[in-house]
Structure formats: C-alpha cells, structure tokens
Ligand binder design. Structure first.
Ligand code: SF4
Length: 431
C-alpha cells in the first residue's frame, strides 16, 4: 500500500528488495517491468532481486533479448490459468532459463571497445611493514599449485582490467609505492639449498611503474644476491625501457599475460595492446633476458578457438623456445562477492556472461566443460613447444589436470621441483 504523499514505489517489495544503486543502474524499461512483476505476478523478494541482477547483467552484455523474452513470458502467463503467484512462477522460470542460456553462450564482443568511466591514478609513498615475502595469494591446498612465492611491493594497479581482484570502487586508483624496499629485501633470507621462483606481479603490474623509487634496481640487486631464485616480472604493459637500458641479472625474467586483441580492447582497458606487449617482449628477449607468457585469464567468446590458436601460433613464430622459461594457462576466476560490485561498476562488460561453477576453494569460474575446451585448444596450439617449454595450468584442480594434461602433480612440492628443474636448466644454458 502506498503512503499518502510518498512516491508509490517506496512501499513496494521491489523497492525494498533492490538496493538504490542497482535501481539507479537499471534502464527505465527494466524498472517498470520489475514493478509490474511484483504488482501483477506476486514476485517474491528473492525473485525481484534476482530479476534486477539479470536485467543489469543482460543490459551490460548488450543482450536485449532478455527483456523481450520476459515480456513474451508475461503475455503467455497472462493468458493461461492460475492465480498471480502461479503465473509469476511461470514467468520467473522462463526468465531464469533465458538468463542462463544467454550466460552460457560464447560472448560476442564489438571490435570497438566500449566507453567506460575509468579511474585516474595517483602515487603515494608507503613504508613496507611486516613480511613482504610470502606464498602466492591465489595458491590453494585444493588446487594443483606451483608454489610460486611473491613479493608484496607496490599496492594496486591502474590498468583497470575488468576481472582484476585489485579493483574496487574507486574514482582514483591510489598506487602505493614503497620507499624502503631495499631494506625490506635485505631482511629476506632464502635457504641456499633450495630453488625459488618469486613473482612481484600479484599485487600490481611489475613493469608499468618502471624503476620508480628504485624498485627495479633493488629487485635486480636482490636477484644478484640470490642466484637460487628466479625473479619474475609479470606485466601487461610495454614499459621495458629500464630493462633495456640496464644490466639485468640472468635470473630475472619478464613475462606477459596475453589475450587476443579483442579481449584486450574490451576487458583489459588501460593495458598495452597485444602488439605492443609482444614487441616489448621481443626487445627484452633480444637483450638476452628470458621471457615467459601467461595465457591467463582465457575468455570464452565468439571466435575463441581461432583467436587463441592464432595468438599462440604468433608467439611461437616470434620467440625461440630457449628464450621462453614457461607458459601458463588459466581461465577467468572471480572471488565470490565480486559480481555485485562489478555489476555496479561496469556498464558494458561481458565478464559475467559465463556459465559458472564454484571451485573447491570457493571461487567462481567457467563451467568445467568450457574450461576444458579452452585448455585443449591452447595445448594443441602449443604442441610445437611440448618438449621445449614448461607449461602448466594456474589455479586448476586435479580433475582438470587429469582430463587435459593426463596427469596431476600430487602436491605443491613435486610441482615446484618439476618447474624449477625446467626453468633453472634453461637459465644455465644461457650462462
Ligand atoms: S598455480 Fe597459480 S595460483 Fe597456484 S601458486 Fe602457482 S601461480 Fe599461484
């Protein structure tokens, strides 16, 4: 019932079930439909909430068929038998099916990237405190993990990849750059009897900031002091000038995350283009610095099969296997709870257009069958490097390893040993 003088919506379930931010993002047509579903079809709170999310998702995917299908279901239910609640169930079920079908299909990306409002960035200095050397934050006992160690140096990134866990609701990305890295690196004491792979690209991009505050210089000194560690600088930028202009220890490698340009344009908003990443990697390899590639996160989109084959064939044609320390494969993986924040942030992304499943460690990813197709396709393209470049899947689980690789490392230590044996043997061949 509406209160005297108050906007009529305020007393409705639809108004209360769907938060103001979501309502603010919905199109007027979808909002009208939402109120109608409560009024004429007795939708429950939960059904109204889900319907609002589906509307928002389909609008950002450009799938206008969702609303027309819902309206068609309404017409059918209106003519049929039953009370409003029963008719509402039929409409809800039809809308759910439509949403699931649209989510499961391969995304269709426009060649021109959509215009999103993206954050600017600014730098602040920070003092590193506590332990900066730790296990990869994405590692999990429930996955087949490689025991990558990471250095937590710079916080946050400015590249605005739609799927990145570093992003949150900001208008301005605040990039915290350490002022005391050298001292903190000096505190780390590695076991000289062990081999390590250490990354710096888990909390930010490793190359984007160049040698700001002496970061790259300090890292190279750390690598020189620890020849039993390979230091991985992982990037989606093309900022390799400092690497090209300075002496780089043999145990420092630069790696790039790669995706077809259509994914770069649509989901990796402020990164370097695919061409520029590959050009940068070529320059680095020409200098004699080892490189590596991460086909991660792979996307399921129209043309994925050919696009990933073409991309991998291009990498194989551009680099000699002895220049490449490793290649990884991985799929989109999202933290639970990410979806609603994401919905409210991006208006044009198809990121959430996916048939999902929850991994044993509670993350959201593509359904098994979709991931398996993506991996098989990539491995087929990587076949020329089968015996010459170490390849692995990141954040995957034993059933997927068994299905795609035909085996699974039994634990992190065995995976780590195999990885190190391959990578350090290749480094030794350079020296
Ligand atoms: S497999 Fe991936 S998630 Fe697991 S430790 Fe290695 S890099 Fe981290």
């Amino acid at each position: 019932m509406t209160k005297q003088g108050a906007p009529p919506e305020q007393d409705t379930k639809a108004f209360q079930a769907v938060d103001a931010e979501t309502r603010g993002r919905m199109t007027p047509e979808d909002l009208t439909l939402l109120f109608r579903l409560e009024r004429d079809f007795a939708f429950t709170f939960q059904q109204l909430r889900l319907f609002s999310r589906w509307s928002l998702d389909c609008a950002s995917w450009g799938e206008t068929g969702f609303r027309s299908q819902a309206l068609a279901a309404i017409d059918t239910a209106s003519l049929g038998p039953g009370n409003p609640r029963q008719k509402g169930e039929a409409v809800f079920t039809a809308a759910q099916r439509t949403y699931q079908d649209l989510a499961a299909k391969a995304k269709s990306y426009p060649a021109e990237s959509p215009k999103e409002k993206l954050p600017a960035h600014k730098f602040v200095e920070k003092e590193l405190k506590g332990r900066i050397f730790r296990l990869c934050p994405a590692a999990s006992e429930k996955a087949v993990c490689c025991n990558l160690k990471v250095l937590n140096i710079v916080d946050n990134c400015a590249m605005a990849c739609s799927y990145c866990v570093l992003q949150n609701h900001y208008d301005e990305a605040v990039i915290a750059v350490p002022a005391n890295l050298k001292a903190k690196l000096a505190e780390i004491s590695l076991d000289p009897g062990k081999l390590y792979r250490i990354g710096t690209g888990e909390y930010s991009d490793s190359l984007l900031w160049g040698n700001k505050n002496g970061i790259l210089r300090d890292l190279c000194d750390f690598a020189l002091a620890n020849p039993n560690a390979i230091l991985e600088l992982k990037s989606k930028s093309a900022n390799v000038s400092w690497i090209l202009e300075n002496e780089i220890p043999a145990n420092v490698c630069c790696t790039w995350s790669l995706n077809p340009q259509i994914i770069v344009a649509n989901e990796e908003h402020k990164t370097a283009s695919l061409d520029r990443r590959l050009e940068a990697a070529r320059l680095v390899a020409d200098k004699g610095v080892k490189v590596g590639f991460h086909f991660h996160p792979m996307f399921y989109f129209e043309g994925w099969e050919e696009e990933y084959q073409t991309l991998i064939a291009r990498v194989i044609a551009t680099f000699r296997p002895e220049e490449v320390l490793w290649v990884s494969l991985g799929c989109i993986t999202l933290l639970k709870g990410f979806a609603q924040d994401f919905r409210l942030k991006y208006r044009h992304s198809k990121l959430l257009q996916m048939e999902t499943e929850t991994t044993p460690d509670g993350k959201i990813t593509y359904a098994f069958a979709v991931r398996e197709k993506l991996y098989r396709n990539a491995l087929l393209a990587l076949e020329p490097w089968r015996d010459s470049v170490f390849r692995y899947m990141c954040m995957e689980h034993k059933p997927m390893w068994d299905a795609v690789m035909g085996f699974a490392y039994p634990n992190m230590a065995v995976f780590d040993d195999a990885f190190n044996a391959s990578a350090f043997a290749k480094l030794a061949r350079r020296l």
